[in-house]
Design a protein around this ligand. Structure first.
Ligand SMILES: [Zn+2]
Length: 331
């Protein structure tokens, strides 16, 4: 068993406290390989942003749990190297923990935060499962995210046909009974790259968010499924042999509004997948004779870094907030 503190990671407490008062959200970027990790750390070092590195159960299966634990530690050391020794506040977080055992395993492997997603269970069972994880994780100061309401869409092993919006009247009861540190809610964001068909106007139900914030003032709220599906990447992919169906994501202007409120963490995964795939497809089309992975992964990593740096500045508003969180952590 390794404690996250020994790896130089932080839990989400101080970063969410600053995000609430500072009117920004912490980016939660998914990763499952070295190039994605490098791009995330480079972008956050350049923008002086805190960051939540997210790993799904599927990513652990893909990359191997031991390798991911060392990649988390590598992120801390690499961030120091890029910032003249100062470092960045970095959380290693389990995304959509399916059960207690997976959450427990992540705590033992040095994760500083876990999500237990009991949203597919009936309400009482969700409370029971979430409470069990909270009681275990808090012994090690690991923070816990729960979920109420179900998002539509597909992400790794998580899928649902339609939205079930979070009911504001359940929120206070759920948080009180489980002791979670943050709560993912369903207000119209959606998992995956094919969220909405062109012609539909995806709208986040900011009215539901407002109601939840009124009931739980100052409590950290999390938005999943918040990729915007940049049309320039879809176009590059399809111009270079890809066959993605038309799709649109969540408008960045709406996410910016959410980030200014009690939303402290915004999850972005699909946009990163699109950025890398667009760069790689274009590279192969331009250089059909190349076959060294470094040749095509370099522009892919660069594109990913550029996009994340822009998201930090223009959507999350997390740029420049790393030093105050490090200070709050006593680092
Ligand atoms: Zn999610």
């Amino acid at each position: 068993m390794v404690n996250y503190k020994d790896l130089g990671l932080v839990n989400t407490k101080a970063m969410f406290a600053k995000a609430i008062t500072g009117g920004f959200a912490v980016p939660a970027y998914n990763f499952n390989n070295m190039e994605q990790l490098q791009a995330i750390v480079m972008a956050c070092a350049e923008t002086q942003s805190p960051v939540i590195l997210q790993v799904s159960a599927g990513a652990r299966k893909y990359a191997n749990a031991t390798i991911l634990r060392y990649l988390g530690q590598a992120a801390v050391e690499y961030a120091k190297e890029l910032t003249g020794g100062k470092g960045l506040p970095i959380t290693l977080h389990l995304d959509h923990g399916p059960d207690f055992d997976t959450c427990k395993s992540c705590v033992e492997y040095g994760f500083s935060s876990v999500m237990i997603d009991g949203s597919h269970h009936p309400y009482e069972k969700n409370i029971e499962e979430t409470k069990k994880v909270v009681e275990y994780a808090h012994k090690y100061n690991v923070t816990v995210e729960g979920e109420l309401g179900v998002l539509a869409g597909v992400e790794d092993d998580v899928k649902a046909e339609t939205h079930t919006y979070t009911q504001p009247e359940e929120v206070v009861d759920f948080v009180g009974k489980t002791g979670v540190d943050s709560l993912a809610i369903s207000i119209g964001t959606s998992h995956g790259a094919f969220k909405f068909k062109p012609g539909q106007t995806p709208k986040i139900r900011l009215d539901i968010l407002d109601e939840i914030v009124k009931k739980l003032p100052g409590f950290p709220i999390v938005l999943h499924g918040s990729s915007s599906v940049p049309q320039e990447y879809v176009k590059i992919i399809n111009e270079n042999g890809g066959k993605l169906q038309d799709a649109i994501g969540i408008g960045e202007d709406q996410l910016r509004l959410a980030a200014k409120s009690a939303v402290c963490k915004i999850n972005i995964d699909s946009d990163g997948r699109l950025a890398m795939t667009a760069a790689i497809r274009k590279y192969f089309n331009d250089h059909p004779d190349h076959f060294d992975p470094r040749q095509y992964l370099t522009p892919a990593r660069e594109e990913l870094k550029k996009m994340y740096a822009r998201k930090n500045r223009e959507v999350l508003g997390s740029d420049g907030h790393a030093p105050e969180i490090l200070a709050a952590e006593g680092k």
